[in-house]
Design a protein around this ligand. Structure first.
Ligand code: SF4
Length: 537
């Protein structure tokens, strides 16, 4: 046994390797990125040649993981919560195909929207798909769940959803690790029709999924991750989901006086909850994200009993919880900390000094000025900061890939000019199909694919688009006369303005690729090259 200081995300990567994983599939997205990065750098993963390349998007990642499971190997797919929307088609259907090799779907939720468009709760997707859910309360449990989750998945015959939140993903703790298990030997599914979801087969498989719900509940009832603790004060019972168990322990370091349940594996362990419910007057539900458990409890055995939580205002309805929120809910005085020093004051996010997007937005603003506001649709990446002063260049940012499709819809409605701004990685993630629609219908839009040769917003991972954007655009049918590449640099300002003026006034599909390597990535590359030279000298 070895003890390592790991982020929660890293503990999951280590747990998956030690659980005999043969491949991880993922698209980078905060707060899930570090899971895959950890596997990419891990010595054992390299020696074993565990698959660990980035995927083009979360749906391709989910489907590739399902393919590895089909072939009998253990696999994990990782994404942030909004990524599960992209992967949802494959994810929901994977509950019906079931698995051959164990499959863990790790999703990192971002309550308080530290770096996301919403704070959706992935446990709802797990419940919706009728799959077992694991929700660790600390880093050690994150490790254990990733390590043993493959066996659970194989035993139950379905993927297992492992849900974490930002606080756990991005905080460190000592984690006891054990020797890695060997990987599965490959094998095809025993039932050759298992993965063929033709309606006649899917109906049978779906009935099987419904039948399995009892065994999923039984499993949660006996799971070591779920525990009941008795308490002397029966005026209140507490249900702690995932990390909130830690918040309760911070308030009661010695012993919590109330009966409480530590809930880390779903479906709900009804017998365990009933044991607590029968002896208490009221129930407080502590859960990160949406009030999933609170709503479910209000719906069945607690009819008439007071359920406290996010819905009745005992806890805030939105945002991350912390030990102070829990203290307030329990009527414990909260110790106020000192005033934060001024140097910690919130600073609005900004593009790095010298970033190529400055040059692109300067030129775009100049060209769009005569048309007034409301013509530029953006996507998700560093360039989304163009929504803020000093540029205030863009008018939308909805989800990955929505820039080109929204520009197309607005052009269909008669908006002219209609311009989309998208990054290189986002273009291959989910922008390409929108461009194909526009090409097919000859929609008058101008698309700027800001190519900085990496997924910069999440730390500079390799972009699936590297070196391929022009050929993809040509392959999709963009007219070569209206496809232009230019170095995004202030020395080219006049050229870019001229190009933009010409293309925004063109009544068809045009694509401009302002290209310059992200300066953060360039700095890392130069440092790595220097180190290599010094080592070889
Ligand atoms: S990380 Fe790269 S792309 Fe993002 S703002 Fe900085 S320089 Fe620009």
């Amino acid at each position: 046994m070895t003890k390592k200081l790991l982020l929660g995300a890293e503990a999951i990567g280590q747990g998956a390797i030690d659980g005999g994983m043969s491949g991880v599939y993922a698209y980078p997205g905060t707060p899930s990125t570090e899971i895959t990065e950890y596997v990419q750098e891990n010595k054992v993963a390299k020696e074993r040649n565990i698959h660990r390349e980035w995927s083009a998007n979360e749906k391709t990642a989910m489907e590739a993981a399902l393919g590895m499971s089909y072939a009998g190997k253990r696999t994990m797919v990782c994404m942030k919560h909004v990524g599960l929307n992209v992967a949802a088609d494959a994810f929901v259907n994977s509950a019906i195909t079931g698995v051959n090799g164990g499959l863990i779907v790790t999703v990192a939720d971002d309550p308080s929207m530290h770096s996301s468009q919403n704070e959706q709760d992935s446990r709802f997707y797990g419940k919706f798909s009728m799959l077992p859910i694991l929700e660790p309360s600390d880093q050690q449990e994150a490790y254990e769940m990733a390590r043993t989750g493959f066996e659970l998945s194989e035993k139950l015959g379905v993927p297992v959803l492992l849900r974490i939140t930002t606080r756990l993903a991005h905080s460190r703790a000592g984690v006891e690790t054990v020797e890695p298990m060997p990987e599965n030997r490959g094998s095809l599914p025993k039932d050759p029709r298992q993965f063929v979801l033709l309606p006649a087969i899917a109906r049978v498989r779906y009935a099987g999924l419904l039948e399995k719900q009892g065994s999923f509940r039984e499993c949660a009832e006996k799971a070591p991750f779920n525990q009941f603790f008795d308490g002397e004060d029966k005026s209140l019972g507490i249900i702690c989901c995932g990390i909130t168990y830690n918040y309760l322990k911070e308030n009661y370091p010695d012993e919590c006086p109330y009966p409480h349940v530590k809930l880390s594996q779903y479906p709900l362990p009804e017998d365990m909850l009933k044991k607590m419910e029968e002896q208490v007057d009221e129930i407080l539900v502590l859960e990160e994200g949406y009030p999933l458990v609170e709503e479910m409890l209000s719906g069945f055995f607690c009819r008439g009993r007071r359920i406290l939580g996010r819905l009745d205002g005992t806890l805030p309805r939105m945002g991350e919880l912390n030990p102070d929120h829990v203290a307030k809910a329990l009527g414990i005085p909260v110790k106020e900390g000192g005033k934060a020093p001024d140097m910690l004051a919130n600073r609005p996010p900004a593009l790095c000094k010298g970033c190529s997007h400055h040059d692109t937005y300067k030129a775009l603003n100049l060209v769009m000025e005569p048309f007034g506001d409301g013509h530029v649709f953006s996507d998700i990446g560093c360039y989304t900061l163009g929504a803020l002063p000093p540029y205030s260049s863009i008018n939308s940012c909805v989800d990955m890939g929505a820039s080109i499709t929204m520009a197309k819809g607005a052009a269909d409605a008669g908006l002219f000019p209609s311009v989309a701004v998208i990054g290189d990685s986002t273009f291959t993630h989910s922008g390409m199909t929108g461009l194909l629609d526009a090409v097919n219908e000859k929609t008058p839009i101008t698309v700027l694919i800001c190519d900085n040769e990496s997924v910069s917003m999440t730390g500079g991972q390799d972009s699936a688009a590297l070196g391929k954007i022009e050929s993809i655009c040509l392959g999709l049918g963009v007219d070569p006369d209206h496809l232009h590449t230019i170095e995004a640099h202030r020395k080219n300002h006049d050229k870019l303005v001229e190009l933009l003026e010409k293309e925004v006034n063109y009544e068809g599909v045009s694509v401009i690729i302002p290209r310059r390597e992200c300066i953060q990535k360039a700095a890392r590359r130069i440092r790595a090259e220097k180190m290599k030279r010094e080592q070889n000298a």
